[in-house]
Design a protein around this ligand. Sequence first.
Ligand SMILES: [Zn+2]
Length: 222
Amino acid sequence: MTALSHDTLWSKLLDALYPPDVACTLCGRETLLGEDRLCNDCRTSLSPSPALVCPAGLDGITAAYRYSGGARNGVRALKYQNQVRLAPYFADAITLPSDWQIDYVVPVPLHPLKKWLRSYNQSDCIAQELCKRYALQQRSDLLQRTRFTRSQTTLNEFERAKNVSRAFVANYNVQGKNILLIDDVTTTHSTLLACTSALRAAGAEKIYTACATAATRGSDRE
Ligand SMILES: [Zn+2]
């Protein structure tokens, strides 16, 4: 038997306690995890999405988590820190109502410049995972963002709607098709509604939306 050095033994013991490939899914910390692969802090800070009132113009809206605590950290990591590994986590948390008959799944597009800077669209990553699970067809090329809009985070509801109005166009006709829009976070739904206008103009029949998280106006900081 090969003799193990003290350092090797120590690192093997640490690996057994905190396996290096097992870090909390949401915050990435290597600490004791539950069967859900979350640390205690992240798990206790997760809340289901607040009840969403479907706005006029949409045919349905759902979200997985409230945009706070571990879910907020996770969405921000997915969006700003290249943590695309979080897309399956959020996609798995979304449950689509069984009466939604969906022809195409369409992620809210980023402006091409922002997409180029980020190299990926986080909503596109979530949509891919959701499509795999529900065997749905994704059409990421259907919507296009034509205006580079400023970040919505500091704007009120009216300013948000104005900021994104006419920011999207549909690239082809979807007459009679039912669309599921995917976004990472929704607050006032202004972005979803701006996408909806473009989809209606292209002939869409029903438009549903599913988001990883939903923020409550005034209380969940974006
Ligand atoms: Zn964590």
